[in-house]
Design a protein around this ligand. Structure first.
Ligand code: SF4
Ligand code: SF4
Length: 377
């Protein structure tokens, strides 16, 4: 395993982190984790040198943290970086900060977490949490030794990202969605560079876009990837594209099997900043561009259209529609769309046009919502 410094935290983290959100579970019930199988995976990841473990309050219907608590209990924490996340959307008052953290520590059977992240920050959640004094609260918890540092995972525009980054000089980590296809999506490559430049550790989520980049890609996408191949396949290439960037400290993958763990650990072990030549990098990015060009919506995920007054999760609905077109994977698209539910999917749209006026890409949002509703609903 290769290890890196996580920004200015002083933590030494494995290049590959274990995301505990796609553990094996009973069909149709993510909260029914198949414990023996999942425990074996955690053990194998640790044995192969993974020392960064990522979980969150809602993963596996709230069971991910307690599962990890069971598996990690009694183990030395000296080299382990255990992280979990505050459910930002559930917080209603400043009392909730302690209430959630205490419950999470209890689930994890520990007295401290190495990093605590504000989960899924966007403009709205950030305004609420900062207004309730989350930074002052975190400073007290860090001083008390209950958390090693505070970070955040992020889903909003680059502008919002820059504002959050600039609001505090003690951020330990930013967890960003980033992969060779989504280079300009949300905070994107610029966000990665800005965070790193300020000494904030950069962790990457969705390196394979929820597994879609690991699936059967369209032939015109395979072509540049096959030319770029380092001899270990498309998944390795997608991961090496990230690790090749010196700004990226840890790549989180929600691995669902022992085989994935072994393969990804082998990839991490041979990774290093600058591994990809300029030519290889350009081929991988060309594949990403082709994927993006297959978008039917033209949405870049900038989120300037949000919030919708009726609660429609516009970028997520459009993303589901694009998943069907880009990856020709209707099942995955239906899953993405179905996850949103009646209150956030196309059915909640009243056609007020406020979003279309705000969209810099002139996406025909209302028309696209209708298409998503009839194709995926
Ligand atoms: S619909 Fe337009 S404004 Fe909304 S996220 Fe997509 S590109 Fe941005
Ligand atoms: S047109 Fe529909 S999606 Fe757009 S802001 Fe209005 S209600 Fe929301």
């Amino acid at each position: 395993m290769r290890y890196t410094e996580l920004g200015g935290t002083g933590l030494r983290v494995s290049a590959l982190g274990l995301g505990a959100m796609r553990l094996p579970h009973e069909d149709g019930d993510p909260s029914a984790i198949r414990r023996e199988e999942a425990a074996e995976m955690v053990e194998e990841a640790l044995r192969l040198g993974v020392n960064y473990i990522d979980t969150a309050y809602p993963y596996h219907g709230g069971k991910s943290e307690s599962f990890l608590g069971e598996v990690l209990e009694g183990r030395t924490r000296e080299d382990l970086v255990l992280t979990t996340k505050m459910p930002s959307w559930k917080v209603e008052s400043s009392d909730d900060f302690d209430r959630f953290l205490d419950e999470q520590l209890q689930r994890l059977r520990t007295g401290y977490v190495d990093l605590y992240l504000l989960h899924a920050l966007n403009e709205r959640h950030w305004k609420k949490l900062s207004g309730l004094g989350v930074l002052e609260w975190a400073e007290r918890k860090i001083a008390d030794g209950v958390m090693g540092g505070l970070g955040f995972s992020f889903h909003d525009s680059l502008d919002v990202f820059m504002r959050i980054l600039g609001a505090w000089d003690r951020w330990a980590q930013a967890l960003l969605m980033y992969n060779y296809m989504d280079r300009e999506y949300q905070a994107g490559a610029r966000g990665v560079r800005e965070a790193h430049g300020r000494g904030v550790g950069v962790a990457v989520m969705e390196p394979l876009r929820g597994g879609l980049l690991a699936g059967d890609l369209p032939p015109e996408v395979k072509q540049p990837l096959d030319r770029a191949d380092l001899g270990r396949g498309h998944v390795d290439l997608a991961l090496q594209w990230l690790w090749s960037q010196p700004e990226v400290s840890v790549v989180l993958s929600g691995m669902g099997s022992l085989q994935q763990i072994r393969e990804n650990c082998a990839s991490a072990a041979r990774s290093r900043p600058g591994l990809l030549s300029g030519e290889t990098k350009a081929l991988v990015e060309r594949a990403g561009d082709i994927l993006r060009e297959r978008s039917v919506t033209g949405c870049t995920g900038c989120r300037y259209c949000m919030p919708c007054p009726e609660g429609v999760a516009i970028p997520e609905v459009l993303e589901a529609l694009d998943t069907a077109a880009i990856f020709e994977d209707e099942e995955a698209a239906r899953r993405q769309y179905g996850f949103l539910g009646e209150e956030k999917d196309a059915r909640a749209c009243v056609g007020c046009e406020a979003c279309e006026e705000a969209c810099p890409q002139s996406v025909e949002i209302i028309e696209m919502l209708k298409r998503a509703g009839s194709a995926l609903g």
